[in-house]
Ligand binder design. Structure first.
Ligand code: PMP
Length: 364
């Protein structure tokens, strides 16, 4: 069945597929949004129209994720990568360290940024098995007096995911870039959540942070203004010009999600989608091998290898002819990766699974 507008199935790890309905709504407002006589891209961020969009976007996210008044929502810039620097800078007292659980490539980068400041302490590292598993977070040895414990809920490259919202001995800071809003989560278990928007929420350019208010009491004085999360919060994410268009697009996605069963609906769809592909892996008699251990298989990034690099290349090439793009895995894992974020359709997963079975039958 052909896709609307002859679109292809985009399995890219990010930026990624957005809902067609959202793209259509954005298109319809491109010349004259809601009678404003211009697009959202062109509006003053201090004007009434954009301020309304900004507030509605935050309200929709709060409703979707059940975010209480104990938390602030921030729309920041610099990507999730900038957060790796901001988190230790803003939240650690003199001499204090942050504990880092390194379950994949992104957690490693977070640790590296904190280590550059002499503030990073590694409590677990999955490197020995090429990050194919996650630890039991309740069994690790954390530093007494650590400022926070940093985890990456979903490792986008390796496809390993934590499915619980942990209660740990220090405030939990979580990089949720690649699984935020993919299922219900308990915000109250976290002190600070951050996520680049470009996988599950909208286009690149905005990083969403959900910050427990008391965390801002930690921000040292004399911070550089743009790096000061307290200042960003006091200015309601408008200390400088925010990425208005990206925030607007996130708002459309939140609205779309609310109309489609909220986070419970997302979880149902995402679990089914991932299941279709994992079934093709497990049923292949060993032709495909899943990278992640069964208990932590990501429902966002399905990683698997084929018997050889030649077959992997052929697989990716043939899949592209069938309108499936972005399947090549990261070189550190090899093989393939199917990224199937919130807006990715179930049909695409079925098409891929059928293709996988056919490919294995022809090449096994
Ligand atoms: N963390 C995770 C889990 C990611 O997947 C990514 C991007 N792939 C990043 C951080 C970095 O995000 P950004 O490009 O927004 O800096």
């Amino acid at each position: 069945m052909s896709q609307p507008y002859d679109r292809i199935f985009n399995f890219s790890a990010g930026p990624c597929t957005l809902p067609v309905e959202v793209l259509e709504e954005a298109r319809d407002g491109l010349m004259n949004w809601n009678g404003a006589g211009m697009s959202v891209m062109e509006m003053s961020h201090r004007g009434k129209a954009y301020m309304g969009i900004h507030q509605a976007t935050e309200a929709a996210l709060r409703e979707l994720a059940g975010i209480s008044d104990d938390y602030l929502v921030l729309f920041l810039q610099g990507g999730a990568s900038m957060q790796n620097t901001l988190v230790p800078m803003n939240f650690l007292a003199d001499g204090q360290v942050g504990d880092y659980v390194v379950s994949g490539a992104w957690g490693k980068k977070s640790l590296e940024a904190a280590t550059l400041m002499g503030r990073g302490n590694k409590v677990w590292d999955g490197k020995a098995t090429n990050y194919d598993t996650t630890p039991n977070l309740h069994e690790l040895n954390y530093t007494a007096g650590a400022g926070y414990i940093h985890i990456t809920s979903n490792e986008t490259i390796q496809g390993v995911e934590f499915f619980e919202d942990p209660s740990l001995p220090a405030p939990v800071v979580c990089d949720m870039s690649s699984d935020i809003l993919s299922r219900p989560f308990d915000v109250s278990k976290y002190a600070y959540i951050y996520a680049g928007a470009q996988k599950n929420m909208g286009p690149a350019g905005v990083t969403v942070a959900i910050c427990r208010k008391d965390m801002l009491d930690r921000v040292p004085s004399g911070m550089q203004p743009m790096l000061d999360l307290k200042l960003q919060a006091e200015n309601e994410s408008m200390y400088n010009t925010p990425p208005c268009w990206s925030i607007y697009m996130c708002g459309l996605v939140y609205k779309w999600m609310l109309a489609n069963g909220g986070l419970a609906g997302a979880q149902r769809r995402n679990t089914e989608k991932a299941g279709v592909i994992y079934e093709a892996i497990d049923g292949s008699g060993g032709f495909y091998k899943g990278h992640a251990a069964a208990h932590c298989r990501s429902i966002m990034n399905v990683t698997f290898t084929l018997p050889s690099d030649e077959l992997t290349d052929l697989f990716v090439k043939e899949a592209a002819k069938e309108k499936m793009d972005g399947l090549k895995g990261h070189r550190s894992v090899g093989g393939c990766r199917a990224s199937i974020y919130n807006a990715f359709p179930l049909e695409g997963c079925k098409v891929l699974a059928d293709f996988m079975r056919d490919f294995a039958a022809r090449n096994g």
